[in-house]
Design a protein around this ligand. Sequence first.
Ligand code: HEM
Length: 428
Amino acid sequence: MNQWLDERLHISRLNDKFLRKAFPVHHSFFLGEITLFSLIVLILTGVFLALSYEPSTRMVANPTDASQMVPAAYASIIRINWMPFGDMLRRIHHWSANIMVGAAILHMMRIYFTGAFKKPRELNWWIGMLLLVFTIITAVTGYSLPYDNFAKTTLGVVVGIVASIPWIGDWVAQAAFGGKFALDNMAMIPRVYGYHIMLLPAILLGLTAAHMLIMIKQKHTQPQYAKRIAYKKIVGVPLMTQQTPIMIMLALLMTGLIILFAAFIPVHPVEVFGPASNQPVANIKPDWYLLWIFGVLEMIPANAKFTILGGTIGPEFIGGIVIATLVLVLMLAVPIFDKSRENMYYAENPTDFPKRLAAGVAFFTLLIVWSFAGYKNDFQWPVAPFWILTFVGPLVAYFATLGIVRGIKAFRAADERDQAQHAAAADD
Ligand code: HEM
């Protein structure tokens, strides 16, 4: 059979090229794989959800109360909840999305703190960043689909941010969401559905394929132990057959964990929010990975507005577009700050690059401060401390990290001196 296929498809060449690829044995390399497996679970569960979901805002009888008319999209979600395993399917889809975003962020942190973004892997850093951004956009479009009042309010915030772009915002928002944002806009949900199930998954799959092919071509960075075993040689286990069972075990473990989450932790209860209405839900918050943008929007005063050449620059544009874009540009620029001329082989110890480590800690401190600002109204916190922390927090985090690294290094040096003295004493 193998020979028959090989004579026609030359699969042995494929075997040499891809299936013999060596994978480093180190747990930190699992993060990219977990992200990939979550994407697969999302696509599989998404296909089944799409079979029963109705992307329409036409009014139909509410399945729970026939005297009330509700959007068909909302009614179809209630019917999915009633189907055998329907609610479970929604929950698995929801938790996989959270795990995908979380794993992608941790994966990105691993790449950053070990220097794996350096030459020649800059391209994969940029593709990875696009993957992260499109993953988050896909999640946001997913939230809109049940067309309950939460979805309608969220969609309103998103449309508001897009429409806040001076001069062209209104036009862009209407082109993207099929007309003006309104309860009776019949094109809005079908359009968001098209993005969520076709355009965005196609982009994610295309980018993932490019990400994987580049990674296979350039090979993984090698863990430090590989340097001691065989300098500048690839050390690891081949994809076929050693790495494959490890990956299958990891995928099963992860899926099991998601199913466990799904079994015990319910997700977005559409009935509690009710069908989309003209009365927005008060005090609504996005998911944890977008809380920082929400926090920034809360911190900027509502009257921070000015007009240039007929275009209005307002808080939504400053927070939702300008600051979010600056954060993104900063992350995209990471490989540009690095001036290495040699290709990098080995994952670096973060403490050997204290400034890079400190800059990363400062960056995440800033995002955490902004995320807390998202809870400002819930706890009646004043806004001033958040503005102070926006500038002071990252500085303190930066210098504290440098201090801690200096301490670790001094401790290590003392330890090495101790060991050398003991060895010398033993020789005597
Ligand atoms: C969101 C979807 C993503 C998926 C499915 C994904 C998947 C993967 C996988 C499976 C690997 C190989 C295993 C590993 O090194 O962990 C990998 C490597 C890599 N990824 Fe990602 N990734 C994603 C996002 C990102 C992000 C956000 C970044 C950074 C901005 C990134 C940058 C890289 C780089 C530079 C490598 C090569 C690492 C090395 O050689 O050590 N990826 N990715």
